[in-house]
Design a protein around this ligand. Structure first.
Ligand SMILES: NC(=O)c1ccc[n+]([C@@H]2O[C@H](COP(=O)([O-])OP(=O)(O)OC[C@H]3O[C@@H](n4cnc5c(N)ncnc54)[C@H](OP(=O)(O)O)[C@@H]3O)[C@@H](O)[C@H]2O)c1
Length: 270
């Protein structure tokens, strides 16, 4: 069943599709097909980042769609991000150009600062480390100058809703909201999957969702979320599952050195 793709609207009137395809951890060799499956399913929003290392393959798929005439550039909303090692005003243009070149685009629709904690730009690595394996943090990042250079739009929330996991060696919190009995129960009542319920929950809060999958059937499933509505009771029950800080996947997982950064944001409630 095809349903109209919903959008959220920026202050300046530009519209962003409320469902997009996430591509973090979508490996080269698979990400191009994932983007292909997403565009076939009706997605018109792709979320990527320089740091994901897969922009070139995404660019090849986009070019194929544009060259065939099945899609015009203005039909699709592309997000990419300034890498951690580019968090200084003079690096913005350099990294934006690298992303545009890889994506084979003349512009992106949204350029985000990937993370407020900047890394040193020593060897081109997004996660540069010293001989002891410690992350090389740039303690002098200045967000005012960065934001001025990126012209980033305000008031947009994007969430990764299904809670992916990395290896426990990287100490990222393992979450499993899809098997939570409350979610499973609501899904059964609506004849939907737990993933669809979690996506719908955020969408009904007008939060943009960017579920990642490389499996065509899941990509399709994650887009089939416009034909049902959660009740106020469902929404309330799902709201109470908020785990607060314990539900945050990142914390110091990438490197405890980041906690010392003056602009490390996750000590505060949000
Ligand atoms: N701004 C940032 O700093 C930041 C940070 C993290 C992520 N992101 C963006 O947000 C996107 C989403 O976050 P995420 O990738 O961490 O997690 P996610 O989309 O919440 O979850 C992805 C995981 O769920 C699985 N999955 C997807 N659809 C499913 C379904 N219908 N049923 C069961 N399992 C399903 C995927 O496996 P399969 O691929 O095997 O299907 C993958 O293991 C990222 O890809 C990235 O674009 C941004």
């Amino acid at each position: 069943m095809t349903h109209k793709l919903e959008h959220v609207t920026f202050f300046n009137g530009h519209k962003m599709p409320i469902v997009g395809l996430g591509t973090w951890q979508s490996p080269n060799g698979e990400v191009g097909q994932a983007v292909d499956a997403a565009l076939e399913a009706g997605y018109r929003h792709i979320d990527t980042a320089y740091a994901y290392g897969n922009e070139a393959e995404i660019g090849q798929t986009l070019k194929k769609w544009f060259d065939s005439g099945r899609l015009k550039r203005e039909d699709v909303f592309i997000v990419t991000k300034l890498p951690f090692n580019g968090n200084r005003a003079e690096s913005v243009e350099k990294y934006l150009k690298k992303s545009l070149e890889a994506l084979q685009l003349e512009y992106v629709d949204l350029y985000l600062i990937h993370h407020p904690v900047g890394h040193l730009d020593v060897d081109g690595s997004v996660f540069p480390r010293d001989q002891d394996g410690k992350l090389l943090i740039d303690m002098n990042t200045d967000h005012i100058s960065l934001w001025k250079k990126c012209c980033t739009k305000k008031n947009v929330w994007q969430l990764f809703p299904l809670a992916s996991s990395l290896s426990s060696a990287r100490r990222i919190v393992q979450l499993s909201p899809m098997s939570d009995p409350v979610v499973v129960d609501i899904a059964q009542r609506h004849g939907k999957t737990p993933a669809q319920v979690l996506l719908r929950h955020l969408m009904q809060h007008r939060i943009v969702v960017i579920p990642k999958s490389v499996k065509p059937e899941r990509i399709q499933q994650n887009f089939d979320v416009f034909d049902f509505e959660l009740t106020p009771e469902d929404m309330e029950k799902l709201d109470t599952l908020d785990m607060g800080p314990k539900g945050r996947m990142f914390g110091d997982s990438i490197g405890p050195e980041r906690l010392r950064h003056p602009e490390y944001p996750f000590k505060e409630r949000y």
